[in-house]
Design a binder for this molecule. Sequence first.
Ligand SMILES: N[C@@H](CCC(=O)N[C@@H](CS)C(=O)NCC(=O)O)C(=O)O
Length: 103
Amino acid sequence: MFSSTPIERSAEAQADIDSACRHLALYHFMNCPFCQRVRSQIQRLALPIELRDTQRDPRHRQDLMEGGGRTMVPCLRIEKADGSVEWMYESADINRYLERRFG
Ligand SMILES: N[C@@H](CCC(=O)N[C@@H](CS)C(=O)NCC(=O)O)C(=O)O
């Protein structure tokens, strides 16, 4: 499987990104190729985003269904500054969002 070297940042820049990533979580499962694309992007951008496996933990699957309205993965849960939550589906959209915000 293709993987690239994670980008490197100054300690300060990485600390800001670590902090921002506390408000993100990726719903996924291991054998999903679309999830793999997003996990590769997360690795490349050195993002400490919590991974929530919906096959291994039924609570994550239930939270995804209740919050996002579908069990489809990948889905990025984005908690905004005002406390509202966006559930972003579609691997291409998630990767574009991560690149724009952290690339
Ligand atoms: N177009 C979507 C396809 C995602 C997709 O098909 N995910 C499958 C797993 S590989 C899935 O979640 N299927 C179960 C479901 O929809 O509940 C993307 O690129 O993210």
